[in-house]
Design a protein around this ligand. Structure first.
Ligand code: SF4
Length: 464
């Protein structure tokens, strides 16, 4: 360790991650070229399939562009973007995300207005995630290219419009409004790398000329703690000799008492969003409860001679409408899908919140702080669930290729088991400073929440 008591010491040799981040900083034009390359692939994948006729029953990944794009986009790209958050933080956002790159580019040429108050509302990540997830189900975003173009293209246009109006070379969209930014921020808490800011060094190395950093997602770099907000673009690497990319234990941010307390909106996004709305959205197509409720409702309507909800005449951009594929949602379908997803979110989310609160009450310290910190321990289960839900499409596309899927069930079970053990371990480590009896009670109290989440996935993958 260098002696930095006077802050005139020579810095310690740079670690490999720190050197890599500085290399990124010094090769920003290469990163920009990568971003434009991803933009080109992204636009091709969302636009070209939407202009082609729907694939027939013989279409396969390797002989049909639309099916290939569907597999690449939803089967590989999205699930593994989520996994990348756990492995390399939000590098996806800072280096590869086409929407972020386009929003920043638009902002460079836009009006440059101040970020409005409404955009800074802390609930946007939750609301945007829920609305996009539910709307995606209504228009069958994973199945139909036109729907994918509408949802993803609409989001990209909105990101560019926000860029045109607000910020100068910034990513106001990514910071405040992106539907998955909050989710990525939660998952990045488990990242084994992050940008560490040495506050003391920052204050004491300001003698020379300090070059301002353009942090596109508007992070307050000086006060930055943790990996949630940083897009790991590398631009601030080495700034004031105080900011470096460093490796850490993946559990550190959640188990350390010195980490910032999560916000209430982060809890809501985790409990009612990732562990509620997302599970409901993945579940409804297979749910026997959904089918029974829909049949019951249809009979109820028919008995009263209310027949219009049974029509399937909604346009494709409102409800799935592909008569040539015998796939059209009636108004009743649409209403029931929304009701089912919201019911799962409210019931499962409230169940989880109840046991988290009881667990927090079993611990010493302010209840709100304990509750918010305890909720973070569920991130591995939430991440695993979303990955399994998204990769269900990967599995069904591979099944259509006649690939053996015998490994699928055991792999799913193993991942769910490991994620639960990880969450349990996080809680155990997080409560380490507490007396043993408090730790045990807190741990036991949260176990019904784990059981609720596991049961939801068991229903979907094995019982229905
Ligand atoms: S703090 Fe900002 S500038 Fe620094 S790496 Fe993160 S996103 Fe880039």
């Amino acid at each position: 360790m260098p002696d930095c008591s006077s802050f005139t010491c020579s810095p310690a040799p740079l670690t490999r991650p720190a050197r890599f981040a500085r290399w990124m900083r010094d090769h920003s034009s290469l990163i920009r070229r990568i971003q434009w390359g991803v933009v080109a692939v992204y636009l091709f994948l969302i636009i070209v399939p939407a202009l082609r006729p729907l694939p027939d029953d013989h279409a396969r990944i390797l002989n049909d562009l639309t099916t290939f794009a569907q597999f690449l986009f939803w089967g590989i790209w999205w699930p593994f973007v989520l996994v990348s958050m756990l492995l390399i933080g939000r590098s996806w956002c800072g280096v590869f995300c086409p929407e972020g790159a386009l929003s920043e580019w638009a902002s460079q040429h836009g009006r440059g207005g101040a970020v409005p108050k409404w955009a800074k509302w802390g609930g946007w990540p939750f609301v945007a995630f829920c609305l996009t997830t539910i709307y995606g189900q209504l228009v069958s975003v994973y199945q139909y290219p036109k729907a994918a173009l509408l949802v993803l293209g609409g989001s990209t246009v909105a990101a560019m419009a926000i860029g045109l109006f607000y910020g100068k070379g910034k990513r106001v969209w990514c910071r405040h409004l992106c539907p998955v930014s909050g989710v990525f921020g939660l998952l990045a808490k488990l990242s084994p790398v992050y940008m560490r800011v040495d506050r003391q060094r920052w204050q004491h190395t300001s003698t020379g000329r300090v070059i301002p950093i353009n942090c596109a997602p508007l992070v307050d770099i000086r006060r930055m703690q943790g990996a949630s907000d940083c897009h790991l673009c590398g631009r601030c690497a080495g700034h004031r000799d105080a900011v470096e990319l460093v490796a850490r234990r993946p559990n550190a941010e959640i188990t350390s008492a010195s980490s910032p307390t999560p916000s209430a909106w982060e809890l809501v996004l985790l409990v009612y969003g990732l562990l509620g709305v997302a599970i409901g959205a993945f579940q409804w197509t297979n749910s026997t409860w959904f089918i029974a409720a829909k049949q019951g409702m249809a009979e109820w309507l028919i008995e009263r001679d209310i027949l219009w909800p049974l029509n399937d005449n909604a346009p494709w951009w409102l409800l799935t409408h592909y008569p040539e594929r015998n796939d059209s949602f009636s108004w009743l379908d649409g209403g029931m899908i929304v009701a089912y997803i919201l019911a799962v979110a409210i019931i499962l989310g409230s169940w989880i919140l109840l046991w988290l609160t009881i667990s927090a009450a079993c611990q010493q310290g302010p209840l709100k702080d304990r509750l918010l910190r305890t909720s973070d321990t569920l991130i591995p289960m939430a991440a695993c669930g979303v990955f399994l839900g998204l990769s269900a499409l990967t599995a069904s596309l591979l099944k259509a290729e006649h690939l053996s899927m015998l490994w699928l069930g055991p792999t799913r079970a193993a991942l769910l088991g490991l994620a639960t053990l990880w969450s349990a371990w996080l809680l155990w480590k997080q409560t380490q400073p507490q007396p043993m009896i408090h730790r045990i009670l807190a741990w036991l109290a949260v176990s019904p929440a784990w059981a609720g989440v596991l049961y939801s996935w068991i229903l979907l993958f094995w019982l229905w």
